[in-house]
Design a protein around this ligand. Structure first.
Ligand code: AMP
Ligand code: TRP
Length: 341
């Protein structure tokens, strides 16, 4: 048995924050040793809603650099930018033509985002999940690490692969592309907003004080934690659902301070908020320090990042082209004629 193939990606919209690290990238780092891993920056997804071109270009580089700074090792994993591999757009078109429209119209994320965009909703936003299916199916991924909110999109990718592609176009008993499984990480993976413990920490929250970005300097981290929402009770605990802020910050303290949850609860059970916030700030700053240092080194040496992304593009393209050819052939598209020497 070969190693299992893993693919995942994050959109280069907004700065990556603690939630993205704890809930996504940190898990990818753990997977790269035992799996055949592909991690992309999904820039084509980022243009499905209105965007600023100059900012997108900057954030695409920044996101790729942060993957590496967080410990993704390009010797082990393939790191690339989605739009650098045109097969993503090509497979998306082929899948578009075999995916029923009503499968897309019922996607929760589409309905939510479309209700905000109204008459400006783009065709791309509706098509977002098919592009995501193309990302996954192109690499014949076995496992796709995603947050809970992406489960529905993954189910769609599975249905497209199984019912449409393999079901309608493969010879009996054969498969054209692999049907992927989601890899949802267990509890502790959700980091909540600093300004409201019932909401997820999110790139799209207009209030920057609601999140700790991976590149926030230490003073800003301390300031945000100092201002973070608290409650009137004394002592931090995991046991009171009426105190979501206490639960969230104590969980962060345990995780980033390398303590067990029981250990953190015992340590902070009688502590006042002021003292706790000081300790939490220290732990967060220390956790981010090595990431920020590696990020700084990478940004000071753009040739290294360029090299990683060109190698990543080449490796990704090899795998993606082979899958694309299989789908093209299955759908009856004639082979591309060879180049004339
Ligand atoms: P997004 O920031 O929505 O593009 O998400 C990128 C990845 O980070 C996905 O795998 C999410 O599940 C994960 N993620 C985003 N926000 C959080 C959060 N607050 N806590 C844990 N994981 C998160
Ligand atoms: N939609 C995913 C998110 O918002 C990002 C994404 C795009 C993705 N393509 C993917 C995740 C392929 C996993 C695999 O988090």
């Amino acid at each position: 048995m070969g190693r299992k193939r893993v693919l995942s990606g994050v959109q280069p919209t907004g700065a990556l924050h603690l939630g993205n690290w704890v809930g996504a990238i940190r898990n990818w780092v753990a997977l790269q040793h035992q799996h055949d891993t592909f991690f992309c920056v999904v820039d084509l997804h980022a243009i499905t809603v209105p965007h600023d071109p100059a900012l997108l270009a900057r954030q695409t580089q920044q996101t790729a650099a942060l993957y590496l700074a967080c410990g993704i090792d390009p010797q082990l994993a393939t790191v690339f930018v989605q739009s650098h591999v045109p097969a993503h757009s090509e497979l998306c078109w082929l899948l578009n033509c075999i995916t029923p429209l009503n499968w897309l119209e019922r996607m929760i994320q589409f309905k939510e985002k479309a209700s905000r965009q109204g008459s400006q909703t783009s065709v791309g936003l509706l098509d977002y999940p098919v592009l995501m299916a193309a990302d996954i199916l192109l690499y014949n991924a076995d496992l796709v690490p995603v947050g809970n909110d992406q489960k529905q999109h993954l189910e769609l990718a599975r249905n497209i692969a199984q019912q449409r592609l393999n079901g309608q176009f493969a010879a009996a008993g054969a498969t054209i592309l692999n049907v992927p499984e989601p890899l949802i990480f267990p509890e502790g993976a959700r980091v909540m907003s600093l300004t409201d413990g019932r909401n997820k920490m999110s790139k799209s929250d207009p209030n920057d004080n609601s999140r700790i970005n991976l590149l926030d300097p230490p003073e800003l981290v301390c300031k945000k934690i100092k201002r973070a929402k608290t409650d009137g009770a004394m002592g931090l605990t995991f046991d009171d659902p009426e105190r979501p802020e206490a639960v969230n910050l104590l969980a962060l303290y345990a995780l980033l301070g390398h303590r067990s949850r029981a250990g953190a609860a015992a340590e902070c059970g009688q502590m006042g908020w002021g003292q706790f916030k000081g300790m939490l700030s220290e732990v967060v700053v220390e956790a981010l320090r090595p990431i920020q240092q590696r990020y700084g080194e990478l940004m000071a040496d753009p040739a290294t990042l360029d090299h990683v992304l060109s190698r990543g593009r080449q490796q990704a393209e090899m795998v993606a082209q082979a899958s694309l050819e299989r789908v093209r052939t299955a759908l009856g598209l004639t082979p591309r004629p060879p180049e004339i020497p």
